[in-house]
Design a protein around this ligand. Structure first.
Ligand SMILES: Nc1ncnc2c1ncn2[C@@H]1O[C@H](COP(=O)(O)OP(=O)(O)OP(=O)(O)O)[C@@H](O)[C@H]1O
Ligand SMILES: [Mg+2]
Length: 273
């Protein structure tokens, strides 16, 4: 299906929090809730995240953006006392089904965090880490993978002569692109990014934003951001959350210029949050 038709569909359903039909849905939340103990941090969210587009999640602090993002690759499993209800459909299966292999899921749905979390290893070993765990041993294959991933993350030229240096010696912006390269090296289909530029200066931020624009050709990207200008710049679709609820979801341009919901309008015009 051409992008034009997909976007038309998005327009058509942009007035609703749930976009009921999309032929290229990559992940679909259906009545999905995530609890910390008894507390329902994400409340019965239904949304369809389209393939090879950038979906931004915005909303005030504590509204459940990170929780929902982490629900997409079951990162919340690492936090004790969490449980989910409803469904998160990926590739025809609810990823919360018992027989789902979480390791495989996380390889297909990669993640980049707020603070660059490079390992205290060489630049090369950081990127080769995932593929090695996946069993890639061949030296040439590994170095090809490392180069491709670093190129994709737009950092190859800066590091190609220092692959054996410790990654901790890189700048924050470089470290974050290295983390993106490390995520890409395991060949994910979906990339989750939780405020990936909040620890970076404007120049490094611009680089990451450009990179997101390039990656969207080949990956489905979901990005949490506090920065509404950033959401407007990088995303195709925006989801506005408030107190765990998905309040509004639609085409970014429309949502920022003509929000349907009063709470969305209040938030984007800076009346709260
Ligand atoms: N590990 C946890 N244990 C218990 N409650 C949690 C945990 N993590 C988050 N919460 C609660 O869940 C709710 C949603 O938190 P979440 O981190 O998803 O919000 P957020 O929208 O990402 O906020 P921020 O913009 O500040 O990052 C909040 O009320 C928070 O206090
Ligand atoms: Mg968060």
């Amino acid at each position: 299906m051409s992008e034009e038709i997909t976007m038309k569909k998005i327009d058509q359903f942009a007035n609703h929090a749930v976009r009921p039909t999309a032929s290229e849905t990559h992940i679909e939340a259906k009545n999905f809730s995530l609890f910390y103990g008894d507390f329902e941090a994400v409340r019965k969210v239904s949304l369809e995240i389209p393939k090879r587009m950038v979906t931004a999640m915005i909303g005030p602090s504590g509204c459940g953006k990170s929780t929902l993002l982490r629900s997409i690759n079951r990162m919340n499993d690492l936090i004790p006392s969490t449980h989910a209800s409803g469904e998160m459909i990926f590739d025809g299966h609810n990823i919360y089904d018992r027989n789902i292999d979480v390791v495989t899921l996380r390889a297909r749905v990669g993640m980049v965090f707020q603070k660059p979390n490079v390992f205290p290893k060489t630049i090369f070993d950081n990127v080769a880490y995932g593929p090695r765990l996946q069993g890639v041993k061949n030296k040439q294959e590994l170095s090809d993978l490392v180069e491709t991933s670093l190129r994709q993350a737009a950092i190859w030229n800066e590091v190609k002569d220092r692959l054996n240096e410790n990654a901790l010696g890189m700048s924050g912006g470089q470290q974050q692109r290295l983390c993106i390269a490390r995520a890409l090296a395991i060949k994910p289909e979906i990339l989750l990014m939780d405020e990936p530029t909040s620890a970076l200066d404007p120049k490094a931020t611009a680089k990451i934003e450009d990179l997101i624009g390039e990656l969207r050709e080949n990956y489905t990207i979901v990005i949490v951001t506090h920065n509404m200008q950033q959401a407007a710049r990088v995303s195709d679709l925006t989801a506005f959350m408030y107190e765990g609820v998905l309040v509004e979801f639609g085409k970014t341009k429309r949502l920022f210029t003509n929000p349907e919901n009063q709470q969305t309008e209040n938030y984007i015009t800076g009346r709260f949050g």
